[in-house]
Design a protein around this ligand. Sequence first.
Ligand code: FAD
Ligand code: DHB
Length: 391
Amino acid sequence: AHTTVAIIGAGPAGLLLARLLRRSGIDSVVLEHRDRAYVEQRQRAGILEQGTIDVLRECGAGERMDRQGLPHNGVELRFDRRGHRIDFPSLSGGRAVMVYAQTEMVKDLVALQLADGDPLLFEAQAVAIDGLESGQPSVRYVHEGRERTLSCDFVVGCDGFHGIARAAVPSGVLRTFEREYPYSWLGILADVPPSSDELIYAHSEHGFALLSMRSPTVSRLYLQVPNGTDVADWPDERIWDELDLRFAVDGDWKLERGPITSKSITPMRSFVAEPMRYGPLFLAGDAAHIVPPTGAKGLNLAVSDVVVLAKALSRWHATGETDLLDGYSDTCLRRVWRAEHFSYFMTTTLHPDPAQSEFDTRLQLSQLHRIADSETAAAELAQNYVGTPFE
Ligand code: FAD
Ligand code: DHB
């Protein structure tokens, strides 16, 4: 079989790219290793930037988001037992974010793709990418127990951090940049209305905690835990007690408890591979870069990459010009590094490193006070959080 663009991976990047290409009259095939239920239920991100909201609407995937998503105009930073609100629209020229789970966005895009899109194959594992030097690229994949070959003009690796696409680039071509952190997040879903209308990012002597939500009746909470933590060591009661300590604030605020329906551990990593292209192979989303989750940039970066790529492929398709394709990596990397810096800043400002000194803690608190007291510092956070408009 032949297609113009072979897309490996049906996460947010791959699904949205297929959708955007279809609108430009470019055919594609999406190959996804896992089954549909797995892809639709994998608990991950929850915050959509303004640019992500806009592109979902433009490509017809915004209807349920606009009905069920929760627009948020600010977040609370909580430290030294006090809360400080950061208002997004007034500090960022009217921009804001939406709480809408990655799982829901993926469900919407899968439904559209299966209804009127190009082929999307589940349980189709890409095992090799061939012909990257010959000008005749193809992807070998296993589907229904047989190995098959999909030839194409371009391959896009939207296959996440552990996929095969980045690994298909010959060694010596990519430069990688990496940083690990001495803590992870324990994330839970709980059947209880969120105890705050807006997200709370809390710095405390007991560690970082984040209150988020999935709906008016479902809370999403995260707490900093040591690397290597086993969720089995965190019974529900212990999680709530620890969250109480970390969100403690002067005044009468209370964290409501409810049945915990899911628990998982997320390690923290910063990673960038440059360039995001090798000949006819393009990398997008987590396949090319990872941010630690504080600041909610991972999903939004995956979306902005494929917006840039869809535009470049669309120009190539319409005119034969490759200038935008040639600029893809540089264009994306500008935004990627901004998000890397912001995510690093949010992470290291809000999480006490277990090895840090009292001096380091005082610096973190000074930085947080500065954001709370200075409109300039708050605007810097707000503008990064809502994200700059997409290319
Ligand atoms: P993915 O969503 O990873 O999709 C890649 C897809 O490729 C997967 O469906 C995978 O099955 C498929 N695939 C892999 N290999 C192959 C192959 N060989 N053949 C075919 N298919 C393949 N971001 C936040 O902003 N906030 C969060 O709280 C947050 N939590 C996260 C928790 C976890 C555990 C993880 C892993 C990520 C989290 N992220 C979070 C980041 C965010 O979810 C990602 O940035 C986002 O999913 C990136 O989308 P993607 O499409 O690039 O990759
Ligand atoms: C969520 C995740 C984040 O990493 C973040 O910074 C804010 C919210 C969430 O899953 O809701």
